[in-house]
Structures are given as structure tokens and as C-alpha cells.
Ligand binder design. Structure first.
Ligand code: C5P
Length: 400
């Protein structure tokens, strides 16, 4: 682990003193800690102890102009391989779940593009409270890894889940996360996302409801595993995920060309909701209400190329792992299995789109490969993306 660095945010709870031991344990494993001590955290441990153990300056106040001049909060949040919040108090998690940025700790959490691991420690009732459950769920949906606390006697005299996990367990989780981010290094992944737009005339087009969120989350998750990612995207309202190369396209034909231009690749994930047809003719000028014969213009359609099937059947430069999506409204598994065969891809992620999946923040999928299938229960799109990136990483680890 030599050369790795975490940003350690120390929240204000009685368990804060244990963060000192964590810094030492990590340093023995070759992991350096740069620390933010919240105002409440500084009530439990002193900046001096933290800086003595970490060997670095400790950051505390967002409005400390000297710190901002040396290293801005944005830079601070990005110059590490992992952000760890330990202890993560109920209050800090609630603020992070809301996206508040009233102090340096929450600002860094909002500004970071590195993975975040939270290690909760709090009274059992606070941990069990519906508000905390909600916040933990929200954070997980946003892609944050929240560890389960230990169960046992607490500083406040009560018993139950809420204790900070053993330091070795935390160090292990940190080491695993740091190792993880390298599993796809040296691999190139192409991901398609969003809808396509098929023009009828210069101002009108055929399109669909796809928001691009699932594809963007997958591109980001693969990049976090160390892959070089090209995201070929239809028109969506999302910023490119950090470290990902985005190629903007409009039509299905442009999307296919964008994908082919990005080859060779090890992985292809076809998430885009590609329009199956396009208007047979796209007029150069805006169509009139009625054509010359006084008729409503007819809408003649022609089939678009199937990008997934084209990539799956490539003789030259076929990516080693080709993954498709199947949006179905009924008989999900049977239809998806037939699609796997028909398209010739290796895996298919099937989802039921009869509800609010398209354009929504959550998804529920069935991963179909070969004979087997795995059901992934409803979860945030970021969480499902991480699961997929995990499976892809495992696949390449097994193949080696
Ligand atoms: O046949 P269907 O459109 O349901 O297939 C869905 C899968 O095929 C998705 O992975 C989608 O990205 C891909 N697809 C494609 N090109 C098309 C249509 C679908 O790549 N023209």
C-alpha cells in the first residue's frame, strides 16, 4: 500500500480518540493520513496529537485563509485516494446526506470525486432512529460506503449496535477499498449512455425518456476501479464523471461511429436507450403543418443499427466482455435471456421499466450470464453501478 494517502475526517464523538490509533495502524501499512478535524472533533482530540501522529498539518476551519492559500478545500478533497470519515457521527452523516457544506468537512465531502468510506459511531438509539436509517440509505445510494458499527457496551452505558468497529477492521476496509481502485487499471471500457435523438427536420426529433444516470454511474464506477473509460453519450443534463472521456453524439448512427472510433476496448457496456428506428427521411427544412398535397406529413420509419449486436459480433476488436441492458415490462428473465442470445453479448442486465426506473434515481436488476442469474434488489443507480464494476473486476481477476 506504499504511497497511498487518505483524507481522514474526524467527527466529534467520544470515539474520536480512536482515530489516533487508526492513523498509526494505517501508517504501519504504508498509508498516509491527511486529516480534517471538525470543530466538535477538536473537543475530543487536539490538533496537536493528530498532526504529531499523521506527520502533517491538520485542517480545521473552512475560513482559515492561510489554509485556503496553501491548499484550497477542493484540492484537499481530491489529493487523496480515499476519503474516510471516522468517527462518522449522526450529525455529520445527516449533513452529508443533505449535501450541506457549512464547514470544511462537509465541503470536502461535497467537493470530492474520490470514493468515501464512513465509519459510524454513536449511541444505539441514534443509530436505530428512522432519521439515521434514512440518512445511511441516502448516503449509500449516493455511492458512499457506510460500514456497519460493532455491537456491544457503549461509553454511555447502553448496549447495542453503534460502537466504532475495531481499528483492525476499519484498517482492513480501508486497505480493501484502496486495493480495489486498481483492479481495472490498464483496461479500456466503452460505455454508452442516455437517449439518442433521431431528427425529423432541423427542429424536431424522436427520442425517449432516458436520463443517462445509470450509464454515467457505470462509467464512473469503472473509472474508480482504475479503467480508462470512454463514455459515448446521447444528449443528457449530466456532467462527465471525473476522469472519464466523454464523446457527445445525437443519433444512433453517430453513437455507433463514436463507439467504433474508440475501439479497441476490453469492456463494452451498452446502457444507452438507443432509438430502434429513425425517420426514413430527415427534412432539410422545417416541415409544414400540411404537405403540398394538403396532407399531414406521414411518419415513415427505418430501422437503426443495433450497436450492441454489432459490437458483440465483431470479428476484429470484439471487446472481451460485452454487456447489454434489457428494459422489459413483463416476463423479464425470459425476454432478457432471449435477448442475450439474439444480440450475442456476454452478460445482460435486465430491468423492469414498467415503474419509475427510466429517469428515476433507483433501479432493480437481474444479471444474466450463461446459465445463471443474480437478482440485485432495488437500490440507487450508483450502488448498482458499483456492483457491476465489482463483478467486471472479478471477471478480469478470474481470467488472469
Ligand atoms: O432490443 P433492445 O433495444 O431492448 O436492447 C437493449 C440493449 O441493446 C441495450 O443494451 C441497448 O443499449 C442496446 N441497443 C443498441 N442499439 C440499438 C438498440 C438497443 O445497442 N439500436
Amino acid at each position: 500500500m506504499d504511497g497511498k494517502r487518505i483524507l481522514l475526517i474526524i467527527g466529534g464523538g467520544i470515539a474520536a480518540y480512536k482515530s489516533l490509533e487508526l492513523i498509526r495502524t494505517l501508517s504501519k501499512r504504508g498509508i498516509a493520513s491527511r486529516c480534517i478535524l471538525t470543530r466538535a472533533g477538536a473537543e475530543f482530540v487536539t490538533p496537536l496529537s493528530v498532526s504529531a501522529l499523521s506527520g502533517e498539518k491538520v485542517f480545521g476551519d473552512l475560513f482559515d485563509l492561510t489554509d485556503e492559500a496553501e491548499m484550497g478545500h477542493i484540492e484537499l478533497s481530491r489529493s487523496s485516494d480515499l476519503v474516510v470519515v471516522c468517527p462518522a457521527t449522526a450529525d455529520l452523516m445527516a449533513r452529508a446526506a443533505q449535501g450541506l457544506a457549512g464547514d470544511l468537512a462537509t465541503t470536502a465531502l461535497l467537493a470530492t470525486d474520490t470514493p468515501v468510506l464512513m465509519v459510524p459511531a454513536m449511541n444505539v438509539r441514534m443509530w436505530d432512529h428512522a432519521a439515521t436509517r434514512r440518512n445511511v440509505e441516502r448516503l449509500r445510494a449516493d455511492g458512499v460506503t457506510v460500514m456497519e458499527p460493532d455491537e456491544g457496551a457503549m461509553a454511555c452505558g447502553e448496549f447495542g449496535p453503534g460502537r466504532l468497529p475495531e481499528i483492525d477492521r476499519i484498517a482492513e476496509a480501508i486497505t480493501t477499498q484502496l486495493a480495489r481502485s486498481q483492479r481495472l487499471s490498464g483496461r479500456h471500457a466503452i460505455v454508452t449512455a442516455g437517449p439518442t435523438r433521431e431528427p425529423l427536420d432541423p427542429v424536431r426529433y424522436l427520442s425517449n425518456q432516458s436520463s443517462g444516470r445509470q450509464g454515467y454511474a457505470i462509467a464512473e464506477a469503472l473509472a474508480r476501479e482504475g479503467a480508462q473509460v470512454t463514455l459515448v453519450s446521447g444528449p443528457v443534463m449530466l456532467p462527465a464523471p471525473p476522469g472519464v472521456t466523454r464523446v457527445d453524439v445525437e443519433t444512433a448512427r453517430d453513437m455507433l461511429a463514436g463507439v467504433e472510433a474508440a475501439l479497441p476496448a476490453d469492456i463494452f457496456v451498452s446502457v444507452a436507450a438507443v432509438a430502434d428506428w429513425r425517420p426514413a427521411r430527415s427534412a432539410d427544412r422545417k416541415l409544414k403543418l400540411k404537405d403540398e398535397a394538403g396532407e399531414t406529413p406521414p411518419l415513415n420509419l427505418t430501422e437503426n443499427p443495433d450497436i450492441l449486436a454489432t459490437l458483440s459480433r465483431k470479428r476484429k476488436h470484439r471487446p472481451e466482455l460485452v454487456i447489454g441492458f434489457a428494459a422489459e415490462t413483463h416476463d423479464v428473465e425470459a425476454h432478457a435471456r432471449a435477448k442475450l442470445e439474439r444480440k450475442g453479448c456476454d452478460w445482460i442486465l435486465a430491468n423492469d421499466v414498467s415503474g419509475d426506473v427510466m429517469g428515476g434515481g433507483e433501479n432493480e436488476v437481474l444479471l444474466i450470464r450463461g446459465e445463471g442469474s443474480d437478482h440485485w434488489p432495488r437500490a440507487g443507480k450508483a450502488e448498482l453501478a458499483r456492483k457491476l464494476a465489482d463483478e467486471v473486476s472479478e471477471h478480469f481477476a478470474r481470467a488472469q
